[in-house]
Design a protein around this ligand. Sequence first.
Ligand code: G3P
Ligand code: CA
Length: 298
Amino acid sequence: MRRPSSKFGAGRAGISLAWPALAGCVAAGAAVLTACAASDTPPAAGPRVLKVAHRGGAGLAPENTLAAFEVGLAHRADLLELDVHLSKDGQLVVVHDASLARTTNLSGEVADYTAAELAAADAAAKFVGPAAAGPQPIPTLAQVLALASGRAGVQVEIKVRSDRSRYPGIEAKVVDALRSHAMLAEAVVMSFDFPTVREVKRIEPRLRTCALISTTHLSSIGRLEPARIADEIVGLGAEYVGVNHAGLTEALFAALTGRGLRVGVWTVNDPADMRRFAAQGVAFITSDRPDLLQQAIG
Ligand code: G3P
Ligand code: CA
């Protein structure tokens, strides 16, 4: 299957194969993975781990705002991670929660407001951080893509409503937005909701997708049966798996990579952990602190 070429994505599989020492360790089994990575394969000699700015850089600026995405870009993130919902008038808007109270000066649900009303809100209202960013609108996906275009890739996470139902048609809207900004090759579309991941791949097979795995999901099945979760994700057609870093055991890493999946971890804010995961051979590391990520793994 032909994929759009990209400095952010298309070469990653090839680069992974060019790290033969680690590939051999994986083939040898999970028990030796850490030892192999630590003794035989310095990260500098292997594939470059993609640096992902979580919600733009939520530890440095109000999450999912244009100010945060500028921070992520300033610290040379390879990809900006962001979360999308649909507004009342069907626009893709960038905000993490389905309800607005935690991060903004509004209450109620994202889906209760038009994109214009959300643009007039203050997404920095609840931010407690190192520097005052001033009031920030809730941006549209189009605004974030325009900011990122030519500077970084994007990880677009499709969220669900508070009642866990899907926004009808959101997958096609995300694909259309990436197409219209010519960013199919620089994007990965993700979700914790596996039918959403499957639907994105159905709509646009060239678009890379990522299934997200929480510790809740792992404690229900994954921790006990890594092979089962790997099979399920392969069945979605996803190229990537994003695992809560607290749940990435060596057995799970081996099961996922053994099925050809590229494994990333979120949300990693401790530099020692960043270096450890880079040595393990993850495909990407997602952090609220793109400054520390840049210092830790370059
Ligand atoms: O990158 C994955 C991560 O963003 C998923 O968790 O809750 O921050 O959206 P959350
Ligand atoms: Ca997210």
